[in-house]
Ligand binder design. Structure first.
Ligand code: GLN
Length: 535
């Protein structure tokens, strides 16, 4: 297997994850099987316990691994099916080395960063060889960070052992545009490459993020100072419309040809039609629908990354644009607030979340959507608040709640799952990963999916309390999806409403730009009808 290592320089948030995913997509267009993984240099075992405000959303894989949101980009751009092996943190590396030390596996040696930590990283790289043609590994952080040094040292050793024709170093960097000088500045790029070369890594390709086109003079300059051929200086200009233009843009910049050439892979026919079509589709002008996103981390777009992407995919599928309107649930304190902020929306979506802050606003929004026939899509916590709102307002149980927010509630509509009762451990202890769910025939969900059994990913501790099942069904909120194994309640719908679907799982993790998730697509369709009705 050939390896591509993606590093980043100058600043963070350059889009290493996106570029890695888009490169993966592009190489798949050449008929190659691509594996993708991320190395994160922090000491947490996984991002599961980190605040979304610091780290963005926690992306969950089929096998239940809680990972960095970049793995979401990998899965959205490619066909790779990722698992725990595709997400590695320094914390996990240290954990396994310390375990070996306790087992006496090092036979009396002093355990050190080099060779023990670096060996562990290299053995992980060799383990990931599952028969794919290529593996793209993104290294989190920015060149110059102390904590990424052991990873870079391991990659340097790995390239020496595997041969340079089998390993490609791609460095993503920023070209700074100085408005006052009306000039692109290359010095920060030169310095970050110098930092890499100091460690013994010579990048083979430089991908330059830039807001202005790279002139031949600038290209020559970068080439000379960074020791890469001019044709290996690739321009990655800010995208105009959508991140899904990136595979097509990088193809035009000949990044795929450069990679194949360096790794001595025979040129193949490139079938990029799918991405060309998506690019064209994105550039057309289309009707815009406004979807309210009710959350408490609205200042941080990354906290709901997959939700925004899944909405965009639905837009691509239905040839319309989605404008997500982030609404802080803490500002929804009354029916009047809801009326002011939600009245003109074409659809309302409440995503997952934890903790009491902002919860009453979410309950009010779910109720407002029900009463005003606005399409409502509740996801995980968004499902739980829909059930609470129904119990309070239709069943007339004013103190109905989840035991997460009110342990003493007389009507615990949402309660802790059986398997979750006695755990106090925070990390990796939720109900996680893909589960098969059965859909009832003829329901909105079943029609949207077009099948009776689905597999969806989970991340929660609480669930709908089946004691209240009958009361809900009798009054018009019906159960349309259940977990195949234990019959836990997975989907609630209100058939008398134009579109009111609340799901315990996270459909946003399974949506792709070329294949929008059926529920997001169906929700946006309903929102478009609602929008037209309002015109
Ligand atoms: N806090 C809720 C629970 O643990 C919902 C979790 C979520 O939305 N991901 O069940």
């Amino acid at each position: 297997m050939k390896h591509i290592f993606v590093t980043g320089g100058v600043v963070s948030s350059l889009g290493k994850g996106l570029t890695s995913g888009a490169l993966g997509a592009l190489l798949e267009c050449h008929g190659l099987r691509v594996e993708l993984q991320k190395f994160d240099p922090y000491l947490n075992l996984d991002p599961g316990t980190m605040s979304p405000l610091q780290h963005g959303e926690v992306y969950v894989l089929d096998d239940g691994t809680e990972t960095d949101l970049d793995l979401g980009h990998y899965e959205r751009f490619t066909h790779a099916i990722l698992s725990r092996e595709n997400s590695l943190t320094a914390g996990r590396i240290y954990e396994s080395v310390l375990q070996k030390e306790r087992n006496g596996d090092y036979l009396g040696q002093t355990v050190q960063v080099i060779p023990h930590i670096t060996d562990e990283i290299k053995s992980h790289l060799r383990r990931v060889d599952t028969g794919a043609d290529l593996c793209i590994t993104e290294i989190g952080g920015t060149i110059g960070d102390i904590e990424s040094l052991p990873f870079l040292e391991a990659l340097r050793q790995f390239a020496l052992e595997e041969g340079r024709e089998n390993v490609l170093f791609m460095h993503l960097t920023l070209l700074l545009y100085l408005r006052s000088a009306e000039e692109l500045k290359t010095k920060p790029t030169q310095q970050s490459v110098a930092k890499l070369r100091e460690i013994g890594i010579q990048p083979d390709i430089l991908v330059c993020r830039t807001e202005q086109p790279i002139t031949p003079t600038i290209r020559q300059k970068i080439s000379l100072f960074c020791n890469v051929p001019p044709q290996a200086v690739v321009e990655e200009r800010d995208l105009q419309h959508s991140i899904y233009e990136l595979p097509h843009v990088l193809h035009q910049e000949k990044l795929d040809a450069l990679v194949l050439q360096h790794l001595q892979l025979a040129p193949r026919e490139c079938h990029i039609e799918v991405w060309e079509k998506i690019s064209q589709q994105i550039q057309q002008t289309k009707p815009i629908y406004h979807i309210g996103l009710i959350g408490k981390y609205i200042s941080c777009k990354d906290a709901y990354k997959s939700i925004y992407e899944a909405l965009a995919h639905a837009g691509i599928a239905l040839s319309c644009s989605v404008k997500a309107v982030a609404i802080d649930s803490e500002t929804l304190l009354s029916e009047k607030d809801c009326h002011e902020q939600l009245r003109t929306l074409d659809g309302i979506l409440t995503p997952g979340g934890f903790g009491t802050r902002g919860i009453e606003g979410k309950i009010l929004a779910a109720n407002y959507a029900r009463e005003h026939a606005i399409p409502y899509f509740g996801i995980c916590l968004g499902m739980q608040v829909a059930a609470i709102a129904f119990a309070r307002n239709v069943l007339q149980w004013p103190h109905a709640n989840s035991t997460e927010f009110d342990p003493q509630t007389p009507h615990p509509i949402i309660c802790r799952m059986a398997g979750q009762k006695d755990t106090d451990v925070k990390g990796g202890s939720m109900h996680l990963g893909a589960i098969t769910c059965h859909l009832s025939a003829g329901t909105l969900s079943q029609k949207a999916y077009g099948k009776n059994y689905i597999s969806e990913r989970h991340r929660h501790r609480y669930e709908f309390n089946s004691t209240f099942e009958e009361e809900f069904q009798k009054h018009g909120m019906v159960i349309t999806g259940r977990c195949l194994d234990n019959h836990a309640i997975e989907i609630l719908e209100i058939p008398a409403h134009p579109w009111y679907v609340a799901v315990q799982f996270h459909p946003e993790f399974l949506s792709k730009p070329w294949q929008a998730h059926p529920l997001f697509r169906s929700f946006l369709q309903a929102a478009s009808h609602h929008g037209h009705a309002n015109d």
